[in-house]
Design a protein around this ligand. Structure first.
Ligand SMILES: Cc1ncc(COP(=O)(O)O)c(C=O)c1O
Length: 380
């Protein structure tokens, strides 16, 4: 199944080579290791992202440099320039939430001028295309993730694509074993559990600990170790799940886009005062809203949705504000710091029915910026 998936990803994206791995972050790590950078080389990464972007840099023995993002939470060219140093060798360019990073071209230019390798992180953007080219094909290496919350999703799985024969040979030459059956089983159990009991937070937390295998570590242990994952080949189960969805990736994207358009066209969000996503070059893996001026109102809307059985997805705490990563060099963080507290995602999943979308719109319309009366609203 892994080989079939690899072949089909190559066929779809036009990449020469693909390699299926246990996680997207494993793909980033292997790609970085394949470049053979000298020790203490620096890699620029956006601060508004998950540990899956920074940890592979650290595990590859390199130094992350944290950079600022634009209004859509994608890496800003200006910030990349600011982060450059004589030790910079690469950068990681995500298309967060499925929105094509608007500074992609200038960033690629900066990379070319400075001899930097570009790892294009399309973890949240499987199927996103810009002027006919797949996201993941603009850099030296492209990354996909098939974990929870991605466009094609399952208990895990990631993929590296590239045209570079040296990179793929290096990645393949790492003797990559299979994850043992017990740990795959636990990951699947946690994945299914998360679906069956989404409201049981304690179970979610327990599941996460099981996934990270860190349930024995003391809570005060803030070391990087607990974020570390071993690199493995993708499992057949994960490949099969991704492959089934890949056959109708276009339909999945159409539904996400249609749900997002319904939300935008309803005008329900206009009166919330939040900054809304721009639908251009956007596949809406996440419908991310934010505010630079009033995080309290974003928080209130989030609570209101939750009270009505609609689960908004929390966004990231920027990496530079997280203890284990606070010591790394960073650029000016104006936009990240203005926006992160008011950022969250409203569900637009392909399986949401028109009725569910109507409910989201109705609840959002009832929201008033001046004072949401959450307690007094009727639960549906
Ligand atoms: C933008 C981005 N990059 C990288 C990753 C890492 O992917 P994975 O969780 O499969 O390691 C994720 C997912 O969490 C992500 O959202």
């Amino acid at each position: 199944m892994v080989q079939i998936l690899e072949q089909d990803v190559c066929r779809l994206t036009g990449a020469k080579y693909a390699l299926g791995l246990n996680l997207g972050r494993s793909a980033i790590q292997l790609a970085l290791e394949s470049f053979n950078f000298p020790a203490q080389s620096e890699v620029i990464v956006p601060s508004f992202s998950c540990v899956g972007v920074i940890m592979p840099v650290i595990q590859a023995g390199l130094e992350p440099v944290l950079a600022d993002v634009d209004r859509h939470f994608n890496l800003k060219a200006q910030s990349v320039k600011q982060g450059l140093s004589p030790r910079t060798r690469a950068l990681i360019l995500p298309h967060l939430s499925g929105k094509y990073a608007q500074d992609t071209e200038p960033i690629l230019e900066i990379a070319a001028q400075n001899g930097l390798k570009v790892i294009e992180d399309a973890s949240q953007a499987f199927g996103l295309q810009h002027q006919g080219t797949w996201a993941g094909r603009f850099g030296d290496v492209g990354i996909f993730s098939f974990g929870l919350g991605k466009n094609l999703f399952g208990p895990g799985g990631g993929m590296l694509i590239t045209d570079d024969a040296t990179v793929i040979a290096s990645c393949q030459s790492r003797t990559l074993g299979r994850e043992n059956r017990e740990s795959v089983r636990r990951r699947v159990a946690a994945f299914v559990g998360g679906y069956q009991f989404p409201r049981l937070k304690f179970l979610g937390r327990f599941a996460l600990k099981m996934i990270r295998c860190d349930w024995k570590s003391p809570p005060e242990d803030a070391s990087l170790k607990r974020f570390a994952y071993p690199v493995y080949r993708m499992s057949d189960l994960e490949a099969a799940l991704a492959w089934c969805q890949m056959g109708r990736y276009r339909e999945i994207i159409d539904r996400r886009q249609s749900n997002a358009q319904t939300l935008l066209a309803s005008g329900a969000l206009a009166q919330t005062g939040l900054d809304l996503p721009n639908p251009e070059d956007h596949i809406f893996t996440k419908f991310l809203v934010s505010t630079a001026t009033c995080p309290e109102s974003a928080m209130a809307l989030r609570k209101l949705l939750y009270c009505h059985g609609i689960e908004p997805e929390l966004s990231y705490t920027p990496l530079h504000l997280r203890k284990p990563f606070a010591g790394y060099r960073r650029t000016d963080m104006t936009e990240t710091e203005r926006r992160w507290q008011g950022a969250f995602a409203i569900p637009v999943n392909p399986r949401l029915s028109p009725r569910a979308m109507a409910r989201i719109i109705r609840v959002t319309k009832n929201f008033s910026v001046s004072g949401p009366k959450i307690g007094s609203m009727v639960r549906h």
